[in-house]
Design a protein. Sequence first.
Length: 351
Amino acid sequence: MELKPLKIGDLTARIPIIQGGMGVGVSLSRLAGNVAACGGVGIISTAQIGYREEGFESNPIESNLRAIANEIKKARQIAKDGIVGVNIMVATKRYAEYVKAAVKSGVDLIISGAGLPTMLPELVKDSKTKIAPIVSTIKSASVILKMWERKSGRLPDLVVIEGPRAGGHLGFSLDQLENFTPEVYEEEIKGIIGVVKGYAKKYETHIPVVVAGGIYTRADIDHALKLGADGVQMGTRFVTTFECDASDEYKQTYLNASKEDIAIVKSPVGMPGRAIINDFMEHPKPGIGINGKCLKCLERCNPATIPYCITRALINAAKGNTEDALLFCGDNAYRADKLEHVKDIMDELTK
Ligand SMILES: Cc1cc2nc3c(=O)[nH]c(=O)nc-3n(C[C@H](O)[C@H](O)[C@H](O)COP(=O)(O)O)c2cc1C
Protein backbone atom coordinates (compact mmCIF):
# COMPACT_ATOMS: atom_id res chain seq x y z
CA MET A 1 0.00 0.00 0.00
CA GLU A 2 1.07 3.55 -0.66
CA LEU A 3 2.11 5.51 2.42
CA LYS A 4 0.35 8.86 2.52
CA PRO A 5 1.47 11.80 4.67
CA LEU A 6 -0.20 12.03 8.06
CA LYS A 7 -2.15 15.25 8.55
CA ILE A 8 -2.68 16.28 12.17
CA GLY A 9 -4.67 19.52 11.99
CA ASP A 10 -2.48 21.97 10.08
CA LEU A 11 0.64 19.85 10.62
CA THR A 12 1.81 17.29 8.08
CA ALA A 13 4.21 14.44 8.70
CA ARG A 14 5.68 13.22 5.42
CA ILE A 15 5.74 9.66 6.81
CA PRO A 16 2.71 8.34 8.72
CA ILE A 17 4.81 6.83 11.51
CA ILE A 18 4.69 8.14 15.07
CA GLN A 19 7.42 6.99 17.44
CA GLY A 20 5.51 6.34 20.66
CA GLY A 21 6.50 8.03 23.92
CA MET A 22 8.53 5.66 26.10
CA GLY A 23 9.37 6.33 29.71
CA VAL A 24 11.47 6.50 31.75
CA GLY A 25 14.23 8.03 29.65
CA VAL A 26 13.72 5.78 26.59
CA SER A 27 12.32 8.41 24.23
CA LEU A 28 13.80 11.81 24.97
CA SER A 29 15.09 14.49 22.60
CA ARG A 30 17.60 12.36 20.71
CA LEU A 31 15.20 9.62 19.61
CA ALA A 32 12.21 11.92 19.08
CA GLY A 33 14.32 14.51 17.24
CA ASN A 34 15.79 11.93 14.88
CA VAL A 35 12.44 10.33 14.03
CA ALA A 36 10.98 13.78 13.35
CA ALA A 37 14.00 14.73 11.23
CA CYS A 38 13.32 11.67 9.07
CA GLY A 39 9.74 12.80 8.38
CA GLY A 40 7.90 10.87 11.10
CA VAL A 41 6.51 12.23 14.37
CA GLY A 42 8.89 12.09 17.35
CA ILE A 43 7.38 11.79 20.82
CA ILE A 44 9.24 12.56 24.05
CA SER A 45 7.98 10.77 27.18
CA THR A 46 7.56 13.14 30.11
CA ALA A 47 7.54 10.26 32.63
CA GLN A 48 10.19 11.32 35.19
CA ILE A 49 11.88 13.14 32.32
CA GLY A 50 14.06 15.10 34.73
CA TYR A 51 15.80 12.07 36.21
CA ARG A 52 19.20 13.34 35.00
CA GLU A 53 18.63 16.91 36.24
CA GLU A 54 20.41 18.27 39.27
CA GLY A 55 18.08 18.36 42.28
CA PHE A 56 15.83 15.58 40.96
CA GLU A 57 15.89 13.63 44.25
CA SER A 58 14.91 16.63 46.36
CA ASN A 59 12.44 18.15 43.92
CA PRO A 60 11.41 15.71 41.18
CA ILE A 61 8.43 17.66 39.87
CA GLU A 62 10.34 20.91 39.42
CA SER A 63 13.15 18.97 37.70
CA ASN A 64 10.66 17.29 35.40
CA LEU A 65 9.02 20.57 34.43
CA ARG A 66 12.43 22.08 33.68
CA ALA A 67 13.44 19.02 31.64
CA ILE A 68 10.25 19.20 29.54
CA ALA A 69 11.36 22.60 28.24
CA ASN A 70 14.97 21.45 27.72
CA GLU A 71 14.11 18.23 25.91
CA ILE A 72 11.58 19.88 23.59
CA LYS A 73 14.15 22.53 22.70
CA LYS A 74 16.88 19.94 22.03
CA ALA A 75 14.52 17.74 19.98
CA ARG A 76 13.59 20.72 17.81
CA GLN A 77 17.25 21.43 17.07
CA ILE A 78 17.61 17.88 15.73
CA ALA A 79 14.18 17.73 14.07
CA LYS A 80 14.50 21.03 12.18
CA ASP A 81 10.94 21.52 10.93
CA GLY A 82 9.79 17.98 11.83
CA ILE A 83 6.91 17.35 14.24
CA VAL A 84 7.84 17.00 17.92
CA GLY A 85 5.32 15.93 20.54
CA VAL A 86 5.19 14.68 24.11
CA ASN A 87 3.46 11.78 25.78
CA ILE A 88 2.02 12.70 29.17
CA MET A 89 0.34 9.97 31.17
CA VAL A 90 -2.97 10.98 32.73
CA ALA A 91 -1.91 8.99 35.79
CA THR A 92 0.98 11.44 36.37
CA LYS A 93 0.83 13.37 39.65
CA ARG A 94 0.16 17.07 38.85
CA TYR A 95 -0.66 16.19 35.24
CA ALA A 96 -2.00 19.68 34.45
CA GLU A 97 1.35 21.30 35.24
CA TYR A 98 3.13 18.93 32.86
CA VAL A 99 0.65 19.74 30.08
CA LYS A 100 1.04 23.48 30.66
CA ALA A 101 4.84 23.22 30.64
CA ALA A 102 4.76 21.39 27.29
CA VAL A 103 2.33 23.91 25.79
CA LYS A 104 4.49 26.79 27.04
CA SER A 105 7.46 25.23 25.25
CA GLY A 106 5.43 25.27 22.04
CA VAL A 107 5.17 21.51 21.62
CA ASP A 108 3.33 20.46 18.44
CA LEU A 109 1.33 17.58 19.85
CA ILE A 110 0.36 16.02 23.19
CA ILE A 111 -0.55 12.34 23.23
CA SER A 112 -2.12 11.25 26.48
CA GLY A 113 -3.15 7.84 27.83
CA ALA A 114 -2.84 5.69 30.97
CA GLY A 115 -6.26 7.00 31.94
CA LEU A 116 -8.73 9.13 30.04
CA PRO A 117 -7.45 12.67 29.35
CA THR A 118 -10.76 14.35 30.15
CA MET A 119 -9.18 17.75 30.99
CA LEU A 120 -6.78 17.97 28.05
CA PRO A 121 -8.85 20.26 25.76
CA GLU A 122 -9.22 22.84 28.54
CA LEU A 123 -5.53 22.70 29.38
CA VAL A 124 -4.37 23.47 25.82
CA LYS A 125 -7.06 26.06 25.10
CA ASP A 126 -5.86 29.09 23.10
CA SER A 127 -2.66 27.30 22.03
CA LYS A 128 -1.68 25.71 18.72
CA THR A 129 -0.79 22.43 20.41
CA LYS A 130 -2.64 19.46 18.92
CA ILE A 131 -4.12 16.80 21.21
CA ALA A 132 -4.61 13.05 20.92
CA PRO A 133 -6.10 10.58 23.39
CA ILE A 134 -4.84 7.00 23.54
CA VAL A 135 -7.73 4.53 23.56
CA SER A 136 -7.76 0.77 23.66
CA THR A 137 -11.43 -0.15 23.35
CA ILE A 138 -14.57 1.04 21.57
CA LYS A 139 -15.92 1.94 24.99
CA SER A 140 -13.01 4.19 25.97
CA ALA A 141 -13.05 5.86 22.53
CA SER A 142 -16.77 6.57 22.82
CA VAL A 143 -16.46 7.95 26.36
CA ILE A 144 -13.58 10.34 25.65
CA LEU A 145 -14.94 11.68 22.36
CA LYS A 146 -18.34 12.29 23.89
CA MET A 147 -16.84 13.98 26.92
CA TRP A 148 -14.61 16.31 24.87
CA GLU A 149 -17.53 17.24 22.66
CA ARG A 150 -19.85 17.94 25.57
CA LYS A 151 -17.41 19.70 27.88
CA SER A 152 -15.39 21.76 25.44
CA GLY A 153 -16.82 21.32 21.97
CA ARG A 154 -13.49 19.94 20.82
CA LEU A 155 -12.60 17.00 18.62
CA PRO A 156 -9.27 15.20 18.91
CA ASP A 157 -6.66 16.19 16.32
CA LEU A 158 -5.60 12.54 16.25
CA VAL A 159 -6.64 9.31 17.95
CA VAL A 160 -4.11 6.64 18.96
CA ILE A 161 -5.46 3.09 19.27
CA GLU A 162 -3.09 1.10 21.46
CA GLY A 163 -3.63 -2.65 21.36
CA PRO A 164 -2.66 -5.54 23.63
CA ARG A 165 0.72 -6.19 21.97
CA ALA A 166 2.19 -2.80 22.99
CA GLY A 167 4.89 -2.10 25.56
CA GLY A 168 4.74 -0.32 28.89
CA HIS A 169 1.49 -0.15 30.83
CA LEU A 170 -1.47 -1.59 28.95
CA GLY A 171 -5.00 -0.25 28.99
CA PHE A 172 -6.60 -3.67 29.46
CA SER A 173 -7.62 -5.96 32.30
CA LEU A 174 -5.94 -9.37 32.45
CA ASP A 175 -9.18 -10.92 31.16
CA GLN A 176 -9.26 -8.57 28.19
CA LEU A 177 -5.62 -9.38 27.41
CA GLU A 178 -6.53 -13.04 27.28
CA ASN A 179 -9.63 -12.56 25.16
CA PHE A 180 -8.25 -10.02 22.69
CA THR A 181 -6.46 -12.35 20.30
CA PRO A 182 -5.03 -10.46 17.29
CA GLU A 183 -8.07 -11.47 15.19
CA VAL A 184 -10.60 -10.40 17.83
CA TYR A 185 -8.76 -7.13 18.44
CA GLU A 186 -8.92 -6.25 14.74
CA GLU A 187 -12.68 -6.01 15.12
CA GLU A 188 -12.16 -3.65 18.05
CA ILE A 189 -9.84 -1.49 15.92
CA LYS A 190 -12.46 -1.33 13.16
CA GLY A 191 -15.09 -0.45 15.76
CA ILE A 192 -12.96 2.38 17.21
CA ILE A 193 -12.29 3.74 13.72
CA GLY A 194 -16.06 3.63 13.16
CA VAL A 195 -16.69 5.68 16.31
CA VAL A 196 -14.08 8.28 15.28
CA LYS A 197 -15.47 8.43 11.73
CA GLY A 198 -18.95 9.07 13.17
CA TYR A 199 -17.70 12.23 14.91
CA ALA A 200 -15.68 13.31 11.86
CA LYS A 201 -18.77 12.96 9.67
CA LYS A 202 -20.92 14.94 12.08
CA TYR A 203 -18.47 17.86 11.91
CA GLU A 204 -17.61 17.34 8.22
CA THR A 205 -13.93 16.82 8.90
CA HIS A 206 -11.37 14.03 9.07
CA ILE A 207 -9.83 12.83 12.32
CA PRO A 208 -6.70 10.75 11.69
CA VAL A 209 -6.32 7.47 13.56
CA VAL A 210 -3.08 5.58 14.17
CA VAL A 211 -2.73 2.02 15.39
CA ALA A 212 -0.09 0.97 17.94
CA GLY A 213 1.03 -2.33 19.42
CA GLY A 214 2.99 -5.00 17.60
CA ILE A 215 3.82 -2.94 14.50
CA TYR A 216 7.37 -3.79 13.42
CA THR A 217 7.62 -4.20 9.65
CA ARG A 218 6.26 -2.59 6.50
CA ALA A 219 3.82 -5.51 6.20
CA ASP A 220 2.48 -4.66 9.68
CA ILE A 221 2.03 -1.04 8.61
CA ASP A 222 0.22 -2.05 5.42
CA HIS A 223 -2.06 -4.29 7.46
CA ALA A 224 -2.96 -1.43 9.82
CA LEU A 225 -3.70 0.84 6.85
CA LYS A 226 -5.94 -1.83 5.36
CA LEU A 227 -7.96 -1.85 8.58
CA GLY A 228 -8.66 1.84 7.94
CA ALA A 229 -5.88 3.53 9.93
CA ASP A 230 -4.09 6.66 8.65
CA GLY A 231 -0.80 5.64 10.18
CA VAL A 232 0.91 3.75 12.98
CA GLN A 233 2.62 4.39 16.27
CA MET A 234 5.68 2.26 17.00
CA GLY A 235 7.70 1.89 20.20
CA THR A 236 9.66 -1.33 20.51
CA ARG A 237 11.28 -1.11 17.05
CA PHE A 238 12.86 2.22 18.01
CA VAL A 239 14.34 1.01 21.31
CA THR A 240 17.10 -0.90 19.54
CA THR A 241 18.42 2.15 17.75
CA PHE A 242 21.68 4.00 18.29
CA GLU A 243 19.60 7.15 18.78
CA CYS A 244 17.30 5.73 21.51
CA ASP A 245 17.96 7.65 24.73
CA ALA A 246 18.11 4.60 27.05
CA SER A 247 21.38 2.99 28.19
CA ASP A 248 23.23 0.51 25.97
CA GLU A 249 22.68 -2.13 28.66
CA TYR A 250 18.92 -1.68 28.37
CA LYS A 251 19.04 -2.02 24.58
CA GLN A 252 21.19 -5.13 25.04
CA THR A 253 18.40 -6.81 27.08
CA TYR A 254 16.21 -6.55 23.97
CA LEU A 255 18.95 -7.96 21.75
CA ASN A 256 19.45 -10.87 24.16
CA ALA A 257 15.75 -11.59 24.76
CA SER A 258 13.92 -14.55 23.33
CA LYS A 259 10.16 -14.71 22.91
CA GLU A 260 9.79 -16.73 26.12
CA ASP A 261 11.51 -13.99 28.16
CA ILE A 262 8.69 -11.52 27.50
CA ALA A 263 5.59 -11.62 29.69
CA ILE A 264 2.72 -9.66 31.14
CA VAL A 265 3.61 -8.30 34.57
CA LYS A 266 1.60 -6.46 37.17
CA SER A 267 3.12 -3.05 37.76
CA PRO A 268 3.31 -1.79 41.34
CA VAL A 269 0.34 0.48 40.68
CA GLY A 270 -1.84 -2.48 39.73
CA MET A 271 -1.96 -1.99 35.96
CA PRO A 272 -0.80 -4.80 33.69
CA GLY A 273 2.25 -4.14 31.57
CA ARG A 274 4.65 -6.06 29.37
CA ALA A 275 8.30 -6.56 30.22
CA ILE A 276 11.38 -8.71 29.77
CA ILE A 277 11.49 -11.01 32.77
CA ASN A 278 14.65 -10.74 34.85
CA ASP A 279 15.43 -11.88 38.38
CA PHE A 280 14.07 -8.63 39.72
CA MET A 281 10.65 -9.30 38.19
CA GLU A 282 10.56 -12.76 39.75
CA HIS A 283 11.80 -11.55 43.13
CA PRO A 284 11.29 -7.78 43.36
CA LYS A 285 13.47 -6.19 45.99
CA PRO A 286 11.17 -4.07 48.15
CA GLY A 287 14.21 -2.00 49.07
CA ILE A 288 14.23 -0.47 45.60
CA GLY A 289 12.96 2.94 46.38
CA ILE A 290 10.52 2.17 49.09
CA ASN A 291 12.95 3.00 51.84
CA GLY A 292 14.02 6.02 49.86
CA LYS A 293 12.12 9.19 49.16
CA CYS A 294 8.92 9.02 47.11
CA LEU A 295 9.53 10.63 43.73
CA LYS A 296 5.88 11.61 43.31
CA CYS A 297 5.28 10.03 39.92
CA LEU A 298 1.85 8.39 39.78
CA GLU A 299 -1.43 9.50 41.26
CA ARG A 300 -2.61 6.00 42.19
CA CYS A 301 0.57 4.81 43.91
CA ASN A 302 0.63 4.26 47.63
CA PRO A 303 4.27 3.94 48.79
CA ALA A 304 3.08 2.03 51.87
CA THR A 305 1.71 -0.91 49.89
CA ILE A 306 3.75 -1.23 46.68
CA PRO A 307 6.20 -4.14 46.19
CA TYR A 308 8.86 -1.79 44.75
CA CYS A 309 9.08 1.75 43.37
CA ILE A 310 8.28 1.78 39.65
CA THR A 311 10.14 5.04 39.03
CA ARG A 312 13.35 3.75 40.54
CA ALA A 313 13.06 0.41 38.72
CA LEU A 314 12.55 2.23 35.39
CA ILE A 315 15.33 4.74 36.05
CA ASN A 316 17.66 1.82 36.82
CA ALA A 317 16.82 0.42 33.36
CA ALA A 318 17.39 3.73 31.63
CA LYS A 319 20.73 4.19 33.40
CA GLY A 320 21.98 0.65 32.72
CA ASN A 321 21.43 -1.21 36.01
CA THR A 322 19.27 -3.79 34.25
CA GLU A 323 19.44 -6.24 37.17
CA ASP A 324 17.34 -4.09 39.51
CA ALA A 325 15.07 -2.89 36.80
CA LEU A 326 11.65 -3.11 35.22
CA LEU A 327 12.39 -3.70 31.53
CA PHE A 328 9.26 -2.52 29.72
CA CYS A 329 8.92 -3.75 26.12
CA GLY A 330 6.41 -4.67 23.43
CA ASP A 331 5.83 -8.27 22.39
CA ASN A 332 8.24 -7.88 19.44
CA ALA A 333 11.21 -7.05 21.67
CA TYR A 334 12.88 -10.39 20.93
CA ARG A 335 13.11 -9.67 17.19
CA ALA A 336 16.06 -7.30 16.99
CA ASP A 337 19.53 -8.81 16.78
CA LYS A 338 21.49 -5.60 16.25
CA LEU A 339 21.23 -1.88 16.84
CA GLU A 340 20.05 0.17 13.86
CA HIS A 341 19.97 3.82 12.90
CA VAL A 342 16.58 5.52 12.92
CA LYS A 343 17.15 6.62 9.35
CA ASP A 344 17.72 3.04 8.16
CA ILE A 345 14.51 1.90 9.87
CA MET A 346 12.54 4.76 8.29
CA ASP A 347 14.05 3.98 4.87
CA GLU A 348 13.20 0.29 5.22
CA LEU A 349 9.63 1.02 6.31
CA THR A 350 8.96 3.50 3.52
CA LYS A 351 10.56 1.59 0.66
C1 LIG B 1 9.89 0.78 26.92
C2 LIG B 1 8.52 1.33 26.67
C3 LIG B 1 8.05 2.35 27.46
C4 LIG B 1 6.79 2.91 27.19
N1 LIG B 1 6.36 3.96 27.96
C5 LIG B 1 5.17 4.56 27.68
C6 LIG B 1 4.75 5.70 28.43
O1 LIG B 1 5.45 6.19 29.31
N2 LIG B 1 3.52 6.22 28.14
C7 LIG B 1 2.73 5.69 27.15
O2 LIG B 1 1.63 6.20 26.92
N3 LIG B 1 3.13 4.64 26.42
C8 LIG B 1 4.32 4.06 26.66
N4 LIG B 1 4.74 3.01 25.88
C9 LIG B 1 3.93 2.57 24.72
C10 LIG B 1 4.49 3.15 23.42
O3 LIG B 1 4.33 4.54 23.36
C11 LIG B 1 3.83 2.55 22.15
O4 LIG B 1 2.51 2.97 21.98
C12 LIG B 1 3.80 1.04 22.14
O5 LIG B 1 4.98 0.51 22.65
C13 LIG B 1 3.57 0.53 20.72
O6 LIG B 1 3.72 -0.85 20.63
P1 LIG B 1 5.08 -1.52 20.08
O7 LIG B 1 6.09 -1.31 21.15
O8 LIG B 1 4.70 -2.93 19.88
O9 LIG B 1 5.47 -0.81 18.82
C14 LIG B 1 6.00 2.41 26.14
C15 LIG B 1 6.49 1.37 25.36
C16 LIG B 1 7.73 0.83 25.60
C17 LIG B 1 8.25 -0.28 24.72
